[in-house]
Design a protein. Structure first.
Length: 354
């Protein structure tokens, strides 16, 4: 079986080992740095009860924010969503992204063409940068690496198969020079990550954009946690897979959520004689429950049909079909989007009448 097919199973098998053996758990005073400087990034705790402060209106139309959810390869559906909105002239004023949503959204907000983002996924270069090596071999080598640290009196690194450096370099290389900082993106962009130390969701909207994207998409234990100001950040999907609150905090008039969750249709019991299927189903259930909570705080939803698309795969056919699913879902949602814009425009007009 290929490493891609065993991706989730390996993650769940190796995680308890890491949790028991990594120094970040056993002895916080003996932690080796990742070797990447994240001093410019300023995470902000997301408080779901905080009051949304409306920003001064600078446009004579309703503003729109997108909340792009995480979901592994399923998140490439966001390319299709953005492509249709762009083609149909639907203005996007703000984007908040989590995990794959932060990768697609972050690159898009720096001006990287959607066709180029798609190419990075279709040719597998993005996936290769994210996991630069054989996952199975990395799993087998981990005990040896820990033993080497012990014998040479070195501090163990954070738990994870890959350190994220190649992925960060891959993202940074594709960012325009004037868009290296997340606060310079256009439209404005925010990534969402989870602080492993307190288990809460944080918004990353200031500092190095490549660092923000890596932190938001650091799937543990595949990629090591990212240290920022003494705290450790991992994939935002753990705490808030659908960044609706972050999107709402931009002060937009309309917030559109794009979850990329598996529809939990009943399945035959025999399917779950496979460990991989059981693990995948558990993840789908957890994500669906978390996202359902945040969907209650959004104005509109674009729901791509990504049924039976694996969370992790390198097969081009899945990537192409997932992007197409994003396009189809967006076309279906256009009437509702235009109606929401019309109603919001009438409200704005009425407020400006003396």
């Amino acid at each position: 079986m290929s490493s891609a097919k065993n991706f989730l199973v390996i993650a769940f098998i190796i995680f308890p080992y890491n949790a028991c053996n990594c120094s970040v758990w056993a002895n916080p005073s003996k932690i080796q740095k990742n070797g990447i400087i994240h001093g410019s990034v300023s995470p902000v705790l997301i408080d779901p009860n905080s009051e949304i402060v409306k920003t001064p209106r600078v446009k004579d139309r309703p503003t729109i924010a997108l909340a792009l959810g995480g979901g592994g390869i399923r998140g490439v559906a966001h390319i299709g969503v953005l492509r249709v909105l762009q083609k149909e002239g639907i203005p996007i004023d703000y984007i908040a992204g989590c995990s794959m949503g932060s990768i697609v959204g972050g690159l898009y907000c720096t001006g990287v063409p959607l066709d180029d983002i798609e190419k990075l996924l279709v040719d597998g270069s993005l996936q290769k940068a994210f996991a630069p090596g054989c996952i199975s071999l990395a799993v087998l080598m981990m005990p040896l690496k820990y033993l080497t640290c012990t014998l040479t009196f070195q501090e163990r690194p954070y738990a994870g198969l890959f350190d994220g450096k190649k992925f960060r370099a891959f993202i940074a290389k594709r960012l325009p020079e004037d868009k290296k900082l997340i606060e310079n993106t256009n439209p404005p962009f925010a990534a969402l990550a989870t602080n492993l130390l307190d288990g809460k969701a944080y918004k990353l909207a200031k500092g190095d954009l490549a660092d923000c994207i890596v932190a938001s998409s650091a799937i543990s234990p595949i990629v090591r946690p990212v240290e920022i100001h003494g705290k450790l950040y991992v994939d935002g999907g753990i705490s808030s897979n659908l960044p609706v609150i972050s999107a709402r905090q931009f002060g937009a008039d309309i917030v559109i959520a794009v979850p990329v969750d598996e529809i939990l249709d009943p399945e035959p019991a025999k399917k779950y004689r496979s460990v991989r299927n059981v693990v995948t189903r558990i993840i789908d259930i957890v994500i669906s429950i978390v996202d359902e909570h945040y969907l209650q705080n959004t104005d509109l939803v674009i729901m791509p049909d990504i049924s039976h698309v694996p969370i992790f795969t390198k097969k081009t056919k899945y990537i192409k079909s997932t992007i197409k699913a994003g396009e189809n879902a967006t076309y279906a949602a256009l009437p509702a989007i235009r109606e929401a814009i019309k109603k919001s425009q009438l409200k704005i007009s009425s407020e400006t009448v003396p």
